[in-house]
Design a binder for this molecule. Structure first.
Ligand code: HEM
Length: 427
């Protein structure tokens, strides 16, 4: 079996590759072209996420391919200290404590601290879509990528006028680390990444120079550190902002894109959501399982490890195939069926597991739930353009739609009976 996360088939139909690896008796595959071990079983992926002593995080943000010397010389100048996904003990438990204290991460705190921001931004974007009545729109730039970026800027207290630059830098970072850019592009993206880091340092410096701390995340992190580097250094505050600006929007953009894609095809699902908004959280959860925004994530083995019958040597880069684990028949009944009513749906690994479990999971769920509910009830007739071809950007971690076309129709289904029928069809 020869499988590559950059093959044409993986970029158009990842589920068929997940099935092939899961069907292999080993469930582990060595992709020689990238030197990556692909791990597919739910049990193995869960263990790799949780077992920091065997599967280290330090190289999670290092490019998956050999970078050209020019790009490498720029990357070497990046002195952002690891604080989140690239941090291992003893640093990570300390920075994780800081993150938990300063970033809302339980459903109640998320609603209380970020609910109003999310609703305001959703309303703004839905109103803009309503103004396009009767027209075809691309929901990716017009909604899915825009909403989470605006929300995370608000939470961090970053000026909205910088949105274009931040989007470019964040997209560039994802392409540079987990994509397949040519050498010239690598050098350009690496320079962008360095600029992005300097920008985040400047955000922190401005707060310090002004002597005034507000209620935004950067201010909270500075207040938390209380001038004590042993708690959190100033560079670590900048690094947290640097990480959150990317983690907080590219991921949720993917969730919104996949949720809209699932909800609009077939059209009855959209009408069912409009008729029963309380069904949305379960719908969002099933989207996370079925089509995770991050479907592969990196770890490096710190010692030899045996998974099933395969021994992976120390120092090997492993791609944890979250998408495959979420369809492991050992855990999920009828795993290839999209079923928001399933009882085993909570066991998915889309937000990771263990010490690095996603700090933004609650925020991502809140954004997707409010966005879908508001869109479906305001534009119940929104319909996907038929027969459009789905393709994703070449990337081993982020599965991001290139486009998702739909026509705006605020009139909705012909009458209430249609909506009720749609709801019962879905049930
Ligand atoms: C659907 C949306 C999201 C998905 C699929 C997702 C996925 C993940 C995954 C798989 C991890 C684990 C990484 C690891 O174990 O190395 C993670 C960690 C993390 N996520 Fe998310 N994420 C999402 C949304 C967000 C949001 C909205 C934020 C913040 C605004 C965020 C911030 C983080 C941070 C800071 C970490 C690192 C935590 C640590 O290392 O302790 N994520 N996320």
């Amino acid at each position: 079996m020869r499988l590559s996360p950059f093959s044409g088939i993986y970029l158009t139909d990842p589920a068929s590759m997940w099935r092939r690896i899961l069907d292999d008796p080993a469930g582990v595959h060595h992709a020689e072209d990238l030197g990556l071990w692909l791990i597919s079983r739910h049990e193995h992926v869960r263990r790799a996420f949780a077992d920091a002593a065997t599967f280290g995080n330090a190289l999670t943000l290092a490019p998956v391919y050999e970078v050209c010397p020019e790009a490498m010389s720029v990357i070497m100048q990046l002195d952002a200290p690891p604080t989140t996904v690239a941090a291992d003990p003893p640093v990570h438990p300390r920075t994780r404590r800081a993150l938990r204290a300063t970033f809302a991460n339980t459903p109640d705190r998320v609603e209380a601290e970020y609910g109003a921001i999310v609703r305001r931004r959703v309303d703004q974007l839905v109103t803009r879509l309503v103004a396009r009545q009767g027209r075809q729109v691309d929901l990716i730039p017009e909604f899915a990528t825009e909403l989470p970026l605006l929300v995370v800027l608000d939470i961090l207290g970053v000026p909205e006028e910088d949105i274009g630059r931040i989007r470019g830098w964040a997209d560039g970072q994802i392409a540079l680390i987990w994509g397949q850019p040519d050498p010239e592009e690598q050098a350009r993206l690496a320079r962008g990444l360095l600029e992005f880091w300097h920008y985040c340092q400047e955000l922190v410096r401005q707060r310090l120079d002004s002597g005034q701390l507000g209620d935004d995340f950067i201010s909270r992190a500075l207040a938390y550190r209380d001038d004590d580097d042993a708690v959190l250094s100033v560079a670590e505050v900048a690094s947290l902002a640097f990480n959150l600006l990317v983690a907080g929007h590219e991921t949720t953009a993917g969730l919104l894109a996949h949720a809209l894609d699932q909800a609009l095809s077939p059209a009855q699902r959209w009408r069912a959501i409009a008729a029963d908004p309380l069904s949305v959280p379960a719908f969002v959860n099933e989207t996370l399982r079925f089509a995770p925004a991050i479907d592969g994530w990196l770890r490096v083995t710190r010692r030899d490890v045996t998974l099933g019958e395969v021994t992976i040597p120390a120092g090997a880069r492993c791609l944890l195939l979250i998408g495959a684990a979420n369809r492991d028949p050992a855990v999920f009944a009828h795993p290839d069926r999209f079923d928001p009513h399933r009882s085993d749906g909570r066991d998915h690994l889309s937000f990771g597991h263990g010490p690095h479990f996603c700090i933004g999971a609650g925020l991502a769920r809140l954004e997707a739930t409010i966005a879908l509910t508001r869109l479906a009830t305001t534009i119940p007739g929104l319909r996907a353009t038929p027969d459009q071809y789905r393709s994703y950007k070449p990337n081993v971690a982020f599965r991001a739609h290139r486009e998702l076309l739909a026509t705006v129709d605020i009139a909705g289904p012909a009458d209430a009976t249609t909506a009720r029928e749609a709801a019962s069809v879905e049930a």
